[in-house]
Design a protein around this ligand. Structure first.
Ligand SMILES: [Zn+2]
Length: 269
């Protein structure tokens, strides 16, 4: 019993001795352990600091990148907008140009699109004005054919078709025709004379602005009377062979300031 007690005692006495091995180890190697712990702490903090710095740098880089992206996309948007503006302006101009049968403009030939747009505005206004004036003049000046047919005799001296002797002055053009078909006035004006007059036969004389006059002779029937206002294209009479005529045709004359001129110069512009 005492032995067992002693052993137990011994055991209880020995136990703290065994437990003291760690502090002993610590006491013995405190330097090495301290250095190790400090080294570990240093490494950990260094890594932490490094990672923190890296994250910050990454964040900054991301911010910078997104800013640049934003700037770039904004710039692209602006560029796209200005291109759309130029494109639509050019499209509008070209529509105007096409309507006037003019050559289309191309962006590569334009120095400044806004400046060109303004000058095109002036240009289109000019053309609009010019075309208006031209249109007005065209209705006044006798232009075109009073009847569609073959021109059998021009404005010149020719041999007398009746006597075949000597030469005579042909004061207009002869257009071969079919009796009863309409003869039309070549300009707006007022009928100065409508009736029978010697070699003309039945004739209509129309006064126009700008001291122009047109005459339509050898008619079979008159469709207007003196003082009538006529518009370009109106039927003034019907084709015939009255007066000094060898067959159904229209004798057409143009006078300017009372002087007979060649109608063929007015048939085409
Ligand atoms: Zn004639």
């Amino acid at each position: 019993m005492q032995l067992a007690k002693r052993r137990r005692k011994k055991k209880t006495i020995h136990q703290p001795k065994e437990n003291n091995t760690a502090p002993v180890f610590l006491l013995k190697n405190w330097k090495a352990i301290g250095i190790s712990v400090l080294s570990l702490l240093f490494v950990v903090s260094a890594v932490t600091f490094y990672l923190f710095r890296q994250t910050e740098n990454l964040k900054k880089a991301n911010q910078k990148l997104s800013y640049q992206e934003r700037v770039t996309s904004e710039g692209l948007q602006e560029m796209k907008k200005s291109f759309v503006v130029i494109d639509s302006a050019l499209h509008e101009i070209n529509q105007k140009m096409r309507k006037r049968g003019l050559e289309e403009l191309h962006a590569e030939h334009m120095g400044g699109p806004i400046e060109s747009e303004e000058s095109i505005g002036d240009l289109s206004a000019y053309y609009k004005n010019t075309l208006k004036v031209l249109d007005e003049k065209l209705s006044i000046v006798p232009v075109g054919m009073p009847y569609q047919g073959e021109i059998t005799s021009s404005f010149f001296y020719r041999s007398n078709p009746f006597t075949h002797r000597g030469r005579e002055f042909h004061s207009g053009i002869d257009i071969r025709g079919i009796t009863g078909e309409p003869a039309k006035t070549t300009a707006d004006g007022v009928v100065r004379y409508a009736g029978y007059k010697g070699s003309y036969g039945y004739v209509v004389m129309v006064e126009h602005e700008g001291k122009f006059e047109t005459r339509y002779a050898h008619l079979s029937k008159l469709k207007v009377k003196k003082g009538d206002k006529v518009n370009v294209g109106d039927t003034i009479g019907l084709i015939g062979s009255t007066g000094r005529s060898t067959g159904p045709h229209l004798h057409y004359e143009i006078l300017h300031k009372g002087k007979k001129i060649d109608p063929q110069t007015f048939i085409e512009l």
